[in-house]
Design a protein around this ligand. Structure first.
Ligand code: SP5
Ligand code: ZN
Length: 341
């Protein structure tokens, strides 16, 4: 399997995030992608190539134009006033308030940013667009003779919605690739999100659409980020009614619990008649993950990959979360080698 990867990911290098009131070193860091790349090479998964540049058109097919303009310009606006300090919001629009544009950089961040984990810095836009290009380049490979590809994206993407960012995510790489796959002529694409956290951004983007089935297996949002979505009763709306499936699982879930959830997810995708699959590949379901509470072991990821392959459709893997840095490479690549076995 070919891997697509951009060196620009290092430009997103947050000093800190806020967890339980403490400013702690960011769990999302460049070393994550470096270790996945090392593992890709260690097992000789296949060639590693750099992405092509697709510009903003495919991004604007799933993200709001004002949001994209904001992301592209936020650092310049913020740093002109505040200097080279990672940009965090200082206020959020309360319920029933106007979401009107303001003249204050911290308030503008609050209009678009959902948490205190995802600072914008000088290289955020470059890193985020390189991630989108990575997913798009890998999609073209998976859509061709290879039938599969690995987009080693960083920063991740699945928490980024139509017009918001957060959860370490800025642009929704998986959604951008799924949309571009449709635009190449497919009628039905499915996104399977196996990250520990609900893929709220992907759900948001395809919420009212019947041409993209979104399925996410994740920790119960009563206990875990993103808290306000990911419940089983969110099944889509309008034309998208019935085209979103959330499978929340309890803290402490191991593969004995995970396997039936994955089987249900794959049965739904097969029943939908998906012509292609985008996997949002987070490996923060691993037992050793520092911010998560599932209990998958290294070998379970191989099983997961083999099980996903049973669908028998072209498949694009897009890297999302996973913070046990010494194991993230093994776990992510286990899914890919399991898929190819
Ligand atoms: C892409 C992705 O996996 N994003 C995850 C963002 C999670 N951010 C909130 C983390 C909250 C952690 N709370 C538990 C801390 C245990 N020490
Ligand atoms: Zn996650």
């Amino acid at each position: 399997m070919k891997t697509v990867h951009s060196p620009h990911h290092v430009l997103q290098n947050a000093e800190a995030e806020f967890i339980r009131g403490r400013k702690v070193p960011s769990f999302e860091m460049p070393r994550r992608a470096e270790l996945v790349l090392e593992r890709v090479n260690a097992v000789s998964l296949g060639p590693v190539i750099e992405p092509k540049s697709f510009g903003t058109d495919p991004i604007l097919k799933v993200h709001d134009r004002d949001f994209v303009t904001f992301l592209a310009t936020a650092w310049e606006t913020w740093s002109t006033e505040n200097g080279p300090i990672d940009a965090f919001p200082n206020a959020w629009p309360p319920p029933r308030s106007s979401r009107v544009r303001t003249n204050r950089p911290g308030a503008e961040l609050g209009r678009y940013c959902i948490d205190l984990s995802s600072p914008i810095m000088a290289g955020t836009w470059t890193a985020a667009t390189a991630g989108a290009d990575t997913a798009l380049t890998a999609m073209e490979i998976a859509a061709g003779a290879d039938k599969c590809a690995f987009a080693l994206c960083r920063p991740p993407g699945h928490h980024a919605g139509r017009d918001y960012f957060g959860g370490y995510c800025f642009l929704n790489n998986a959604a951008i690739a799924a949309q571009a796959w449709l635009d190449r002529g497919l009628d039905k694409v499915a996104v399977l999100d196996v990250d520990y956290h609900h893929g709220n951004g992907t759900q948001d983007i395809f919420h009212d659409r019947a041409d993209v089935l979104t399925v996410s297996i994740h920790a119960d949002p009563q206990h875990e980020y993103p808290y306000y979505s990911g419940y089983a009763d969110e099944t889509g709306e309008g034309e998208g009614a019935g085209f979103n499936l959330n499978i929340p699982l309890a803290w402490g879930s191991d593969y004995a619990t995970y396997a039936p959830a994955l089987a249900e997810a794959l049965a739904r995708i097969a029943g939908f008649g998906a012509e292609a699959l985008v996997v949002s590949l987070g490996v923060d379901t691993f037992g050793g993950d520092p911010i998560s509470r599932f209990r998958l072991v290294n070998a379970d990821f191989t099983t997961m990959g083999r099980t996903i392959a049973s669908l028998g459709i072209p498949t694009l893997f897009v890297m999302e979360g996973g913070y046990a840095v010494e194991d993230i490479g093994v776990n992510a690549v286990n899914v890919l080698t399991g898929f190819e076995a």
